[in-house]
Design a protein around this ligand. Structure first.
Ligand SMILES: O=c1nc[nH]c2c1ncn2[C@H]1C[C@H](O)[C@@H](COP(=O)(O)OP(=O)(O)OP(=O)(O)O)O1
Ligand SMILES: [Mg+2]
Length: 250
């Protein structure tokens, strides 16, 4: 089975990556607790993601997934941005970082902000990588709104189209719309198309891909076909496409 090292020291990030890619037939390996820190001194998200992916990928000789991400606030000229983790010091609690940001934003009308994530998949044998970007637009709230989930700046960020913070919305919604899930959707496609062999099944309804893949489908194949044959008779369903593609084992 393909093994992929998830090169993050952030438990919240690790959990999200495991939830988003967990249904793929690959083994996601967390970093050992003993793994040393790396200095993220790049000047772009991509450079920082590559520093993490290459350092740990070469050390543990595994295909490695890393991301570098940040919160960009328009009224603060894009800060904290790539400094999101280091903002006010790496070990300063996020509560303090968020209070400081809310203070700076006190009289600002423009509350537009976005989370950006650059995900990198690094192949140590060939010293090659692929990278993917995901962005979620939103606003900075007027106060810290803690919910039951999330990490980092989630309690002060409200994604567009919702009226609660990422932290209050919960992991399931966050993982459908977040910067990280958008970058990882492309990582998923890359893995399915390039690292996995066998038969690939993709189901699209009205042109939209069903949020599951063949490893889910294969378990419920008969049920899924029965549901699809009913669905296609509903007026709001314009097209149901099922693509089955034989792939060479890689
Ligand atoms: O979904 C998110 N929800 C809330 N906050 C977030 C998110 N995504 C990034 N952020 C903030 C916090 C983090 O500290 C920084 C990224 O810094 P970044 O270096 O990519 O991650 P990190 O230092 O926490 O872990 P690691 O480098 O080991 O993967 O931006
Ligand atoms: Mg970091």
């Amino acid at each position: 089975m393909v093994k992929i090292l998830v090169a993050t020291k952030n438990k919240g990030k690790l959990k999200e990556i495991q939830e988003i890619l967990g249904d793929l037939p690959i083994k996601l390996m967390p970093l050992p607790e003993s793994a040393s820190d790396v200095e993220e001194n790049g000047s772009t998200y991509l450079e920082n993601a590559l520093i993490k992916a290459k350092t740990y990928g070469q050390k543990y000789k595994l295909i490695t997934l890393a991301d570098d991400s940040g919160l960009e606030i328009d009224a603060l000229n894009g800060l904290p941005g790539i400094y999101s983790s280091r903002y006010l010091g790496k070990d300063t609690p996020f509560e303090e970082k968020m209070k400081n940001i809310l203070e700076l934003m006190k009289n600002k009308d423009n509350r537009k902000a976005r989370f950006r994530c650059i995900s990198v998949l690094y192949f140590p044998n060939e010293d090659k990588f692929v990278s993917f970007e995901g962005v979620v637009e939103g606003e900075i709230l007027k106060e810290i709104c803690y919910g039951n989930s999330g990490f980092g700046y989630d309690p002060i960020f409200k994604p567009d189209g919702f009226d609660k913070s990422f932290s209050e919305l919960g992991t399931e919604i966050k993982n459908k719309i977040s910067h990280r899930s958008k970058a990882l959707a492309q990582v998923r496609d890359y893995i399915e198309n390039n690292l996995l062999g066998g038969e690939m099944i993709e189901i699209k309804i009205n042109g939209k891909r069903l949020p599951a893949n063949k490893y889910v489908y294969s378990v419920f194949e008969k049920v899924i076909y029965a549901i699809l044959s009913t669905l296609k008779d509903l007026p709001e369903i314009e097209t149901v496409e099922i693509k089955i593609e034989k792939k060479e084992e890689k």
